[in-house]
Design a protein around this ligand. Structure first.
Ligand code: CP
Ligand code: NVA
Length: 301
């Protein structure tokens, strides 16, 4: 493993090992206090962030490393100088690059032109760190995460893609329910279905909300991702049946609700669900740090 650009690049064993290491680091943080001793990580963010920025910064600190955050105020990526020069220069000083970008191709360019590991902190296509944290969260609730039946409802997006690859690699069952025209990327679906088949899992897509029956957890995300130009009024009308409320949780028979956050209460999810007893949102947020620390330790030590 040289980078973490997408979960699809991992083998099943690498994913299982990352989840196991995240659990170990979470349980025994003292053992990892010097894991990144003398290492520096540059974080390049083109988009806003709360969880990703803070969990990487504090996580790196807890591993004994140093982190430098670069926003776009001192020269946007690719504007003052090419992304390739950014990557080559940062590689002269830093030991890893964590990047949140609009285009996934920017992250690929950083990996191509830099000489240090690159970690995708969200692109338009993938959010692998989120996916890892989410499967860590499910693994804490279920003895065998490969037996989990996960439903994703709403906009097929970067988070959906990473969840689909993760579920597929683990051999879990996942159903993705989206309005017509808002399904995940077709190529990603085909790849994830092939991976699922190879590992004894199943990935089903539907636009019928009745497909929600028989799932352990329902996951949703914002209906308009960062960088999307969609009109909220139009989206709200189209997506209304996909709003996750208590009725949908009951129809699914789902014990757990998941969301990567930020959540828009009353839009994609009802407050009673996102703030309810079965909501795993804060466990997911906390696990961002442990999952990312497992990635950092794997890539840098
Ligand atoms: N879930 C997530 O990535 O949150 P931020 O956008 O706040 O980093
Ligand atoms: N799909 C959302 C995730 C935010 C963490 C976005 O890309 O904006």
């Amino acid at each position: 493993m040289n980078h973490l650009l997408s979960i699809k690049e991992l083998t099943q064993q690498q994913l299982i090992d990352l989840l196991a290491l995240a659990k170990t680091i979470k349980a025994n943080p003292e053992d990892y206090r010097k894991a990144l001793d003398g290492k520096s990580v540059v974080m390049l963010f083109e988009k806003p962030s709360l969880r990703t920025r803070v969990s990487f910064d504090i996580g790196i600190n807890k591993l004994g490393g140093h982190c430098l955050y670069l926003d776009q105020q001192n020269g946007a990526l690719g504007k003052r100088e090419p992304v390739s020069d950014f990557a080559a220069n940062i590689s002269c000083w830093a030991d890893a690059i964590v990047a949140r970008t609009f285009a996934h191709s920017t992250i690929e360019q950083l990996a191509e032109h830099g000489t240090v590991p690159v970690i995708n902190a969200l692109s338009d296509m993938y959010h692998p760190c989120q996916g890892l944290a989410d499967f860590l969260t499910l693994a804490e609730q279920f003895d065998d995460v490969s037996k989990v039946k996960l439903a994703y409802v709403g906009d097929g997006n970067n988070v959906t893609h990473s969840l689909m690859y993760g579920a597929a690699l683990l051999g879990a069952k996942m159903t993705v329910i989206c309005p017509q025209g808002h399904f995940p990327d077709g190529k990603v679906v085909l790849e994830a279905q092939a991976i699922a088949e190879a590992h004894g899992g199943e990935l089903v897509l539907s636009s019928d909300v009745e497909a929600i029956a028989g799932h352990d957890a329902i996951y949703t995300d914002t209906w308009i991702s960062m960088g999307d130009k969609a009109s909220l009024d139009e989206i709200k009308a189209k997506f209304a049946p996909y709003h996750v409320d208590t009725d949908m949780m009951n129809k699914a028979g789902a014990k757990f609700f998941m969301h990567c956050l930020p959540a828009y209460r009353g839009v994609e999810v009802a407050a009673e669900v996102v703030d309810g007893a079965g909501s795993l949102i804060l466990q997911q947020a906390e696990n961002r740090m442990h999952a990312q620390n497992a990635v950092l330790v794997t890539l840098l030590s």
